[in-house]
Design a protein around this ligand. Structure first.
Ligand code: FES
Length: 241
């Protein structure tokens, strides 16, 4: 089978404008999109830049856009694609460093703002806490996130509002809030009770559509909204301080 790859190229240090470069690729074997890119780089153009590491849909580093779809290049089978012409572009909403490599710094910065780690109290630290299976079931969905950045890149809010943390960070916060070992103070959640946090989401669910791990981050954002409203009401009526 023969494929035509139209690959986005741009080196900010050398090119005035981005452009698409054509590469022909032929194979009789089953290959992933990532394997095809690796062969193109090895045999046709060693300057082609893209990220990858695990090659098994675990590390999240090979996320890109092909024929308009956001996904991990290592989990896409060439033979399963409907078209033999494949247009490959870098993730939008992030600055291009070279070709398909984007600067993930804003994504990681947003993640760091939600304090993505457990806050166990003294008792849990000293005695531990055995998690029941049904408690785990509630957070498995969010634990599956591999931080590929697809949800961040597809989000129209991220593209127009630099304050917005993005779906991955907010869903990750919900993952910890829902964890019975996490005893973070309510004040930690007030940082996302803003337009840059949970109230910025347009609820168009693009993040749910593109997530390669079926995390459905918008579900987490909705759940955080509900929690914030309920906790606020409890405080207003004096059930909690
Ligand atoms: Fe790790 Fe694709 S190379 S997810």
């Amino acid at each position: 089978m023969e494929y035509l790859f139209k690959i986005f190229r741009y080196d900010p240090l050398e090119d005035e404008h981005p452009y698409f470069q054509d590469f022909f690729f032929e194979t009789k074997e089953k290959k992933s999109l990532l394997e095809a890119l690796m062969e193109i780089r090895n045999e046709q153009d060693s300057t082609l830049a893209f990220r990858y590491s695990c090659r098994e849909a675990i590390c999240g580093s090979c996320a890109m856009v092909f024929n308009g779809n956001f996904d991990l290049a290592c989990r896409i089978e060439l033979q399963a694609l409907e078209s033999s012409t494949i247009v490959i572009e870098p993730l939008p909403n992030l600055e291009i460093q070279k070709d398909l490599v984007v600067d993930m710094e804003p994504f990681w910065e947003a993640l760091s703002q939600i304090k993505p780690y457990l806050y166990p109290d003294k008792k849990i630290q000293e005695e531990g806490h055995r998690i029941e299976e049904k408690e785990m079931e509630k957070i498995f969905q969010y634990i599956n996130c591999i931080m590929c950045g697809c949800c961040y890149s597809v989000c129209p809010v991220v593209s127009r509002d630099e304050r917005y943390l993005g779906a991955a960070a907010l869903a990750k916060l919900y993952r910890f809030v829902k964890d019975p070992r996490d005893k973070r103070p309510f004040s930690h959640l007030l940082g996302v009770n803003t337009e840059g946090g949970v109230w910025g989401c347009d609820t168009i669910f693009k993040c749910n559509e593109v997530c390669p791990k079926e995390v459905r981050p918008a579900d987490g954002i909705e759940a955080l909204r509900r929690k914030l409203v309920v906790e606020k009401i409890k405080r207003i009526f004096g059930f909690r301080r």
